[in-house]
Design a protein around this ligand. Sequence first.
Ligand SMILES: [Zn+2]
Length: 206
Amino acid sequence: MTTNGPRTFFPILVRQGGYPRKEDGSYYGYPRYRDHIAADCLHRCVYCDATDEEVDAMQIDHFRPESFPEFEALINVPQNLHYACSRCNRWKWDHWPARGTPHTHNGTDGFVDPFEVDRSAYFAIGPDGQIEALQQPAAYIIGLLHLKREFLRKLREKRTLLVELGARRAALKAELQADVDAGRRSDPKIILEFIERWERIDALLK
Ligand SMILES: [Zn+2]
């Protein structure tokens, strides 16, 4: 089944801008931008794609690590700030294999900036929720950040199933409603009531 809704995994990210600045034009301390960065990243970890409803403890990641002197000036610059879950942020730490170059990876190892590339060209998610590398440096990222771990695989499988079930539910509901309206079915009420309760619990889970 295909849906025309938003992508289930690794959506395109666009900087929303509008980051407030001090009177002298400089940026505030980076924690001030947390809400902006969360919105820019669609409330998902830019590495494992878990949402802040799926995992706790989202953090602000300094894409180019703040611990390197050459990146010190970027510490509060919103364009270098990403939303990341605590696990990905910890495992990424200050790894930066492209050090000494202007690039984000060295051809095999390193990272991709989700605001510059379409991550669906780098990562594929199978129906079982497992993540696969499509091109470098995806294998490096998957390995370093343990993106194949069972917790994340299940999270992705669950998300895939919920999206698919939601689409099938909407189709079934429309079909039943059409039957009710046309008087074609004698007792679809019980099915509609079932669907409505399912919709309610779904809304509560969001
Ligand atoms: Zn993550």
